[in-house]
Design a protein around this ligand. Structure first.
Ligand code: GTB
Length: 219
């Protein structure tokens, strides 16, 4: 069964692949699962029909027959569980890969999102100038810790997994800053993720939405 995902009709990132349909597309590409894309406008997100799929009025969603999922991490996990290639078969290695999925979304991403909130939603506040460096220090602390764990390994725990997919995607959200430049092993890690053929296909597919050349079916 071909799943259908939702993505922004007009992503604010203008094709940089930072919105959360990107990890879902990437996961689907990693496991060679064709998928359909339904593009939604900001006003459609607020409508009841979309909220039936996503209670918070956001993208992405994932429909596969009767199954409807939301939350990009849960969708990536679902894909990884049902196809080979994104989670190791050894039970302990699999549990560790899942741990890295949570670490990406629960420990690393929140501090990065705080920076975006500060930049885009708090720029008119008198205290923003004071707050931003504090937020950036929190990001740097996390990057020091993550970089120390990664060391000179290619991926976080053995072979590439859904944990790496989510972590790379989270770190990509720093691409508009030069923060990652200070952590060369993390920069190289992101570059390795972006060099994967599946990443490139996913990236091109979402970019095609921005350039107006997208097709509904990705194969
Ligand atoms: N926890 C949910 C998940 O992981 O699926 C969060 C989903 C979410 O934040 N969706 C955003 C959304 O639909 C789009 S991805 N927002 C509309 C709304 O809430 O009204 C977040 C995002 C958007 C844009 C950029 N960007 O331009 O760089 C980056 C990330």
């Amino acid at each position: 069964m071909i799943p259908t995902i939702t993505a922004f009709e007009q992503s604010p990132d203008r094709g940089q692949g930072l919105a959360r349909d990107m990890p879902v597309r990437w996961a689907l590409e990693e496991v060679s699962q064709p998928y359909d894309v339904r593009l939604v406008s900001f006003s459609t997100l607020r409508e009841g029909a979309h909220r039936d799929l996503q209670p918070f009025g956001q993208i992405p969603t994932y429909e596969e027959g009767d199954l409807v999922l939301f939350e990009s991490g849960a969708i990536v996990f679902h894909i990884a569980e049902r196809h080979a290639g994104l989670l190791p078969s050894d039970a302990s290695a699999r549990a560790r890969a899942i741990t890295w999925m949570f670490a990406a979304l629960s420990t690393v991403e929140p501090v990065i999102v705080q920076r975006e909130v500060s930049l885009y939603l708090e720029s008119d506040k008198a205290w923003q100038e004071e707050r931003l460096p504090i937020v950036e220090d929190r990001i740097r602390s996390r990057l020091v810790e993550l970089g120390a764990r990664l060391g000179d390994q290619e991926w976080l725990d053995g072979t590439f997994s859904a944990g790496d997919l989510l972590m790379v995607q989270v770190l990509r959200r720093l691409s508009g800053s030069n923060i990652l430049n200070d952590y060369p092993n993390l920069g190289a890690y992101v570059a390795r993720g972006e060099a994967r053929p599946a990443f490139k296909r996913a990236f091109e597919a979402q970019l095609a939405v921005f350039t107006g050349k997208a097709s509904d079916r990705q194969e």
